[in-house]
Design a binder for this molecule. Structure first.
Ligand code: HEC
Ligand code: HEC
Ligand code: HEC
Ligand code: HEC
Length: 496
């Protein structure tokens, strides 16, 4: 019964590829699915997004939302996300990640990309980690591809056919050997004098994931290839190393000059940097990495598919079921039970989560202190700039843990250390801003955070078209009113 369903799905995929023969892209995924049915069968499980774990799982929800019922809201939400990213598209929508098969569908729907206009507001480079089609698109468009309008590829990339798939990690021409197809990863390794072609099998079992589950930035048009992704690893992989790298770019080598800035925070006017999803960096110096454990050991364990033993291609939380924990963890942790291992992991996550939320509130307070100092009128400009530097740094350290998808499970010690640093930098920002006003804002700053700055619960591109919405929170008043407009794009369908 199950087999028939799978074969039907395979035939569907195969069929799509055949009928799409005349179209721009034909990646032959259908063939690979047929040749490696058990792996493909486990790959199809990525469509299942029905089960949460305590801190993870692949059920989509809004990450700031602690007020709507599950799963759109979430019991461990982070209510201040919209405040912290104000003025940057991340403040419109930020959701839990889910399975690889949804990558194109989700990137084309997210409110971060302007669907109300002909101009997406974000470049095509966003597709780099969503599809098997990048090598072909680069061949066709060269380095121009990265900075082309995101909307230009909405109808080219099919959410079912072209989402993350076999050829992102395998070379079908060479017995499905693991390969790196990512340009920025290949180049980052080259800068370290390394070549993935010489990497061990064990290293490849993590490097294939490091193509996407990493921190990156886009080179600037002035100093590099516009919007090309670049991995900031030349000084190391910890929050401090990458912060130093991003604060002093060498235009010849790094594709940007001086201080890298993703956006200027609407309220504190601080030049900010956003962290992406540094799973590889977070894991790189964990106890598990030290013991030689790869991403695939935990996220693609050997398991039984039909009658065959394969590497599971269902990439999700390994904590969902006891069987998954047995497959992923108990080859090494022979003396523990699944319940023990889950409890110990959640024990770590709980502590990281508590400090994450404290760091987050301190970051909000830091922006507010700078805001009040600016509104005060007589703030010392030099001290205020020192305060902004600490706001930027504090939020960067917080985001390094926040944007990482394991809630600290990958490296609890490093996560806690990074959050402690974040809290110290944000406290310092508040102190400097208060000093910049000769302590005159000390009184008005002396309030519990929820009263001082309430969380912004609702915000979107549509809402920013309404003055009433902008008047509903002191911080929102710093945003420009957007012109009224209707949706132009929904997924890869053009509406107008
Ligand atoms: C020792 C086992 C282990 C290793 C090695 C490991 N992970 Fe994880 N990973 C976990 C656990 C445990 C979680 C937390 C799951 C949860 O909270 O339900 C997790 C969570 C994740 C998540 C979020 C998944 C979800 O559904 O919540 C992603 C993405 C991820 N890991 C990617 C990676 C990548 C990429 C690597 C390699 C750089 C890696 N992991 C290495 C065990 C591991
Ligand atoms: C081509 C880019 C790419 C590669 C390669 C890749 N991933 Fe992912 N991964 C993503 C994207 C993008 C998502 C989120 C998709 C979505 O939410 O629509 C994701 C989601 C996940 C999730 C689910 C996250 C969650 O919160 O539920 C896990 C687990 C994961 N990846 C692990 C891995 C592991 C392990 C590897 C290496 C074996 C890997 N990924 C390789 C891009 C990639
Ligand atoms: C995100 C990276 C990634 C993607 C995407 C991916 N694989 Fe794999 N695949 C791996 C890794 C890692 C291994 C383990 C290789 C090893 O241990 O040497 C593997 C192993 C395999 C093997 C060897 C046998 C086994 O089970 O260990 C086959 C066959 C295979 N994959 C087929 C596929 C097919 C078919 C697809 C598309 C439906 C696919 N893979 C997609 C990473 C990936
Ligand atoms: C390839 C071997 C290996 C695999 C697979 C593995 N571990 Fe570990 N794990 C270790 C080693 C080695 C240590 C460090 C020594 C120790 O504490 O036993 C460790 C330590 C831990 C610790 C305590 C240290 C910390 O970071 O808090 C936890 C919790 C843990 N592992 C959970 C897991 C879970 C959950 C999985 C499966 C998702 C897993 N491990 C898979 C080898 C492994």
């Amino acid at each position: 019964m199950r087999h028939i369903a799978i074969l039907a799905a395979g035939a569907f995929l195969f069929g799509t590829v055949l009928t799409a023969g005349a179209e721009e892209l034909d990646l032959g995924e259908g063939n690979l699915a047929f040749e490696h049915l058990p792996q493909y069968q486990s790959y199809l499980q990525n469509y299942d997004d029905s089960q949460m774990t305590e801190y993870g799982g692949s059920v989509p929800h809004r990450k700031h939302d602690d007020f709507n019922p599950l799963p759109k809201g979430y019991k461990h939400a982070q209510p201040y996300l919209k405040n912290l990213w104000l003025g940057y598209p991340f403040s419109y929508e930020y959701d839990r990640a889910r399975g690889h098969v949804y990558a194109i569908e989700d990137v084309t729907k997210i409110d971060r990309i302007n669907r109300y206009s002909e101009q997406a507001g974000l470049p095509s480079t966003c597709y780099n980690c969503k599809t098997t089609a990048i090598p072909e698109l680069l061949e066709k468009h060269g380095d121009n591809f990265w900075s082309m309008n995101f909307h230009d590829f909405r109808t080219v990339l099919d959410p079912k056919m072209h989402s993350i798939g076999c050829t992102n990690c395998h070379d079908p021409a060479r017995q499905m050997r693991l390969v790196i197809t990512s340009v920025p990863l290949t180049e980052a390794l080259e800068r370290q004098g390394k070549d993935w072609r010489n990497a061990s099998r064990n290293e490849m079992r993590s490097l294939v994931c490091a193509q996407c589950h990493v921190e990156y930035y886009f080179e600037t048009a002035e100093h590099g290839v516009a919007a090309k992704p670049h991995f900031p690893w030349d000084k190391g992989m910890n929050a401090e190393d990458i912060y130093r790298f991003k604060s002093n770019g060498n235009p010849e080598r790094d594709g940007f000059e001086g201080q890298f800035t993703d956006w200027v925070h609407a309220v504190s006017k601080t030049p900010m940097i956003k962290v992406q999803h540094p799973e590889y960096e977070m894991s790189s110096d964990s106890v598990h990495a030290q013991a030689g454990v790869s991403c695939a050991d935990c996220h693609m364990p050997r398991s039984t598919e039909g009658a065959v033993r394969i590497s599971s291609h269902h990439w999700t939380s390994p904590l969902k079921t006891d069987e998954m924990i047995r497959n992923a963890c108990m080859g090494c942790h022979t003396d523990r039970t699944p319940a023990d291992l889950r409890d110990r992991t959640v024990y770590n996550q709980e502590r990281v989560w508590k400090q994450l939320n404290i760091a987050q509130e301190k970051s909000v307070r830091a922006h507010e202190a700078v805001r009040q100092a600016m509104e005060h009128g007589f703030a010392d400009a030099e001290l205020l700039n020192e305060a902004r530097e600490m706001v930027r740094k504090g939020q960067w350290f917080w985001d390094y843990v926040s944007a990482e998808n394991s809630a600290g499970a990958h490296n609890p010690v490093k996560a806690l250390d990074t959050l402690a640093s974040s809290q110290q930098y944000s406290d310092e920002a508040v102190r400097l801003a208060i000093r910049a006003t000769n302590h005159e804002i000390a009184g008005s700053m002396d309030q519990p955070i929820k009263e001082l700055v309430p969380p912004i619960r609702e915000h979107s591109r549509k809402l920013q078209q309404s003055q009433e919405h902008l008047d509903s929170h002191v911080w929102l008043q710093y945003l420009p009113l957007l012109p009224e407009a209707d949706l132009v794009w929904d997924g890869n369908e053009r509406l107008r």
